[in-house]
Design a protein around this ligand. Structure first.
Ligand SMILES: [Mn+2]
Length: 259
């Protein structure tokens, strides 16, 4: 079964990787890939609402009517675009997983009524989702308390790279810790591929040495502000192995702001 995974479009943020920007290049690219798939996973942070929180948290409850209004207004801008995308992609069904920037009840309420239009073709999920030997989760609560992004051992990522070695070494260390954390929570016996979003490291794909597990990160970027679409296939062999095909990148749009 062919499936696609993407995340971290951050629709509405200044640094948004817009699907529907300018000449629609990103949109057309997404449509082309998604229509080859039987299922597409939106793995969190497709919508971005800035609520003046340092780190937005999934299941955050709006503290006042302004915050709630902000979420509903931003939702109103996203949904017509999502509708265009789903209408242009008759082939796959879609699963929308919560991220930390869009895991709000208010948004998921609106998304639930929106989903009714699509006769079961759009499913909502808290995550994780499992397909074949693949595990799909946004990853926000896996990384944030490891503090790799900002402040591990009181150092920034860049400072760590300078003093402790290559990004590859640090990324293997980080993903090994994430794997251990996931194994505490879930039975990953048959899982060989873990799809995450959320954090932005050098490599969209990394295999942990000596483990039969690869990480794929659609929030990763090799160029600034690119979200990635993974196009994957579950192959029905004895191992039910997933063939990693390619990472397609959204094209950077000149109208996007700096993060
Ligand atoms: Mn995130």
């Amino acid at each position: 079964m062919k499936f696609g995974v993407t995340s971290d479009i951050h629709f509405g943020a200044k640094s948004s990787r817009f699907l529907l920007d300018g000449d629609y290049t990103n949109f057309k690219r997404a449509v082309e890939i998604f229509n080859r798939c039987q299922r597409v996973y939106f793995n969190g942070d497709i919508l971005d609402v800035a609520l003046n929180l340092a780190t937005p948290k999934r299941n955050y409850i709006p503290q006042n009517s302004d915050e709630e209004k902000m979420i509903r207004n931003r939702t109103k801008l996203l949904l017509p675009n999502l509708e265009l995308l789903l209408d242009a992609c008759p082939n796959p069904d879609f699963v929308y997983l919560k991220g930390n920037h869009d895991g709000y009840d208010v948004f998921f309420e609106e998304l639930t009524s929106f989903a009714h239009k699509f006769n079961g073709r759009l499913k909502l999920s808290d995550g994780p989702e499992i397909i074949g030997n693949s595990f799909i989760y946004h990853g926000d609560d896996l990384i944030d308390d490891l503090q790799y992004k900002k402040n591990l051992k009181g150092k920034t990522w860049e400072e760590r790279v300078e003093t402790e070695g290559t990004p590859l070494k640090l990324e293997i260390e980080m993903y090994s810790k994430i794997l251990a954390k996931l194994q505490e929570r879930y039975d990953l016996t048959d899982i060989e591929h873990i799809f995450l979003g959320h954090f932005h490291v050098e490599r969209p794909m990394l295999t942990i040495p000596d483990k039969n597990v690869s990480f794929h990160n659609s929030g990763a970027f090799t160029l600034p502000y690119n979200a990635i679409i993974f196009e994957c296939d579950t192959i029905e062999k004895e191992s039910d192995a997933l063939g990693y095909l390619q990472a397609h990148q959204f094209v950077h749009s000149p109208t996007q702001g700096k993060r």
